[in-house]
Design a protein around this ligand. Structure first.
Ligand code: HPA
Length: 261
């Protein structure tokens, strides 16, 4: 059993330099996860790693089986998930190359199964704080310890994709208070909460969003930008995972208390 899970986003398909202990293929009640779960050793402890888009990056954001991924993590004993992801910058506080810890989400997805609670019982889970505040604080502390600059907050708007946005959409999302745009945080964050897991995301700003950038957006620039910061991301993830103990001061572990109708 492993306590910590890492979900690797675009450009992060493996944990470089780490010994892989085991590959675990899992079938779940929701179908197949994105890939085999990979058990790696960090600082003597087992950590579960899963590349969100598959190690050959052939699953687009709207086709990811988020429920199978999160269910599989829980099944393997994970209590805390640290995810990575790439985002386009909407707000002037974010520049390509920056690393940011989003603290809020606006969900603009359209066609994804968004809950584990479709039948039998009705649950309304509190999602006022979509990311675990204790985990976010811990990641910020680790970043400071290894001298990696991380922007401490920002609102992430999640779009359906797989296309990039229009200029008008980005203008609207900016007016709604979004700082960054990406395609994968929903439903991943709510599914983790529904299974009472602590969840936070370390996002890399890979580009200026549509219309802010004067250039045509390309997938190549997104992947290249993540590659450029991947060494820093790895260092940060190792530091977090090596130091993290049990998290206190969050309500994630009791998310279903008082949520059932
Ligand atoms: N839009 C949506 N998702 C993204 C972007 C973007 O500009 N950049 C990285 N992921």
């Amino acid at each position: 059993m492993a306590n910590i899970g890492i979900i690797g986003g675009s450009g992060i398909y493996e944990m470089k330099g780490l010994q892989k202990v085991k590959d675990i293929p899992l079938e779940t009640p929701f179908g197949k996860p994105s890939d085999n779960f990979k058990i790696v050793k960090i600082g003597g402890q087992d950590v579960v790693f899963l590349p969100r888009h598959h190690s050959s990056h052939n699953i687009p954001p709207h086709m990811i089986n988020y429920r199978a991924n999160i269910w599989g993590m829980k099944k393997l004993g994970v209590k805390t998930i640290i995810a990575t992801g790439s985002v386009g910058s909407i707000s002037s506080i974010l520049t390509p190359g920056d690393i940011v810890l989003p603290d809020q989400i606006i969900d603009m997805t359209k066609n994804r199964p968004t809950t584990f609670f479709d039948e039998d019982a009705v649950y309304h889970v509190d999602f006022t704080e979509p990311y675990c505040p204790a985990l976010r604080a811990f990641i910020l502390k680790s970043a400071a310890e290894c001298d990696i600059s991380v922007l401490p907050r920002g609102t992430y708007v999640c779009t359906e994709g797989p296309r990039f946005e229009t200029r008008a959409e980005i203008k609207l999302y900016g007016q709604l208070g979004s700082d960054m745009v990406g395609m994968t945080q929903m439903p991943e964050a709510i599914l983790a909460r529904e299974l009472e897991l602590c969840y936070a995301t370390v996002a890399t700003v890979t580009n200026y969003a549509a219309g802010i950038s004067k250039e045509k957006l390309t997938t190549t620039e997104v992947i290249d930008a993540v590659r450029k910061v991947s060494q820093k991301l790895n260092t940060l993830l190792f530091q977090v995972v090596s130091d993290i103990g049990e998290l206190h001061g969050c309500a994630c572990k009791n998310a279903l208390k008082d949520a059932k109708l």
